[in-house]
Design a protein around this ligand. Structure first.
Ligand SMILES: Cc1ncc(COP(=O)(O)O)c(C=O)c1O
Length: 376
């Protein structure tokens, strides 16, 4: 399938060989245990270790992450379960780990946990490849690119080269891009990690995560961690995720095009500052993004004058729900400052662009900006 286009690969990803009278995508298998006599052997023994519905999904994600390679994917109950599996299975007391200081807002919780276990945690911003400066002697470098919510993009190949030269492993949180937008393993990373709660599944109705590795030993460590902590996805969620992957390319194509259209419209608006979208040629992330990304994602961020203006803007939108998370087919937006975790201005808006018609979305945003700024 590797020579085929993204749409063809997405609709067929992970499907088993056709069997007469069987469904194309077998339904979810609900099982805590499986028939098992004699010595425990075979692929399915106990429900915390393995499940055929996970196997299909893991193959599908692997095919999207690395079309030309033999890789191993492990699915988890959430993105945080996947992130923790890499960091906590790799880092030992006395090791150093490098994290971004502008990544997903639960990373500081993980930092505190690592430090409590005697791991030294160093942080630096994503932009300007600033993590290079604190890399020396580290066990693992964690990248999040594009970063959430600032949308900075680092040069993954450059960071990987420096990290590997010093024996440091590299993991990339690929949540914002999805494997259609960026393939971290092809860029040299050892782990491609994502919250599949977002664009991968795209309907805002399930939590899920995954880790994909090229190296079987690293993959085994991640899989062992899932067994130890039991952070397993439910079969129904795994099946829904696989079903959603069939429309990944369609959704992604529309959402990325809409995001660019919205960013272009926002760029012309006087009330908007700090506009960020990696696919906008004027964006500080653009040069890195075009070198390593195949699509630029569905999230746009920008700043309005203050908290009140941002709140008026959000409540004046008709087609866009005020909600957290991102990557879904229905547009959402939120004032990130309300959570208190991100270093952003009070008027900072993270806008997750959905699959509506671009003209409708842009018109809705323009009327909400006019209302918020008193121009209407
Ligand atoms: C970049 C990034 N990574 C990881 C996560 C965590 O994912 P989950 O909520 O599925 O645990 C999020 C959630 O917003 C995220 O934005």
């Amino acid at each position: 399938m590797s020579s085929k286009g993204d749409g063809t690969r997405a609709v067929r990803a992970g499907l088993p060989e056709p069997q007469q009278y069987e469904p194309t995508l077998p339904g979810p298998v609900f099982a805590a245990h499986y028939h098992l006599s004699g010595e425990p052997a075979g692929p399915y023994t106990y429900g915390r270790d393995s499940n055929p519905t996970w196997t299909h999904l893991e193959r599908a994600i692997g095919e999207l992450e690395a079309p030309d390679e033999d890789v191993e994917t492990t699915v988890f109950a959430s993105g945080m379960a996947a992130i923790s599996a890499v960091l906590l299975s790799q880092a030992r007391s006395g090791d150093a780990v490098v994290l971004p200081d502008d990544g997903y807002q639960a990373l500081p919780l993980l930092q505190a946990q690592l430090e409590a276990y005697g791991v030294e945690v160093r942080t630096a911003p994503t932009g300007g490849d600033a993590q290079l400066a604190v890399l020396e002697g580290a066990k693992l470098l964690w990248l999040e690119t594009p970063s959430n919510p600032g949308l900075d993009v680092c040069d993954v190949r450059r960071l990987v080269e420096a990290a590997h030269a010093g024996g440091t492993l590299v993991a990339v949180d690929n949540t914002l891009a999805t494997p259609l937008g960026q393939r971290p393993l092809e860029l040299g990373a050892d782990f491609s990690v994502a919250s599949d709660t977002k664009g991968m599944t795209g309907h805002g109705d399930i939590l899920l995560g995954h880790v994909t590795c090229r190296d079987p030993e690293l993959a085994a460590g991640v899989r062992r961690w899932r067994k130890v902590v039991g952070a397993i996805p439910g079969p129904m969620e795994a099946w829904l995720a696989h079903r959603s992957l069939a429309t990944l390319e369609l959704r992604n194509e529309r959402q990325c095009a809409n995001a660019l259209a919205l960013a272009e419209a926002l760029a012309k608006h006087q009330a908007v500052s700090g506009l960020r979208y990696p696919g906008l040629p004027t964006d500080p992330s653009y040069a890195n993004a075009v070198r390593q990304m195949r699509r630029f994602g569905s999230v746009v961020s920008f700043v309005l004058a203050d908290r009140e203006t941002a709140e008026r803007f959000l409540s004046a939108l008709h087609l866009v729900e005020d909600a957290t998370s991102f990557g879904g087919v229905r547009s959402t937006a939120e004032r990130r400052g309300r959570w208190g975790g991100d270093a952003v201005p009070e008027g900072f808006i993270r806008f997750s662009v959905g699959a509506e018609d671009a003209a409708d979305l842009v018109a809705d945003v323009e009327q909400a900006l006019a209302t918020a700024t008193g121009e209407s």
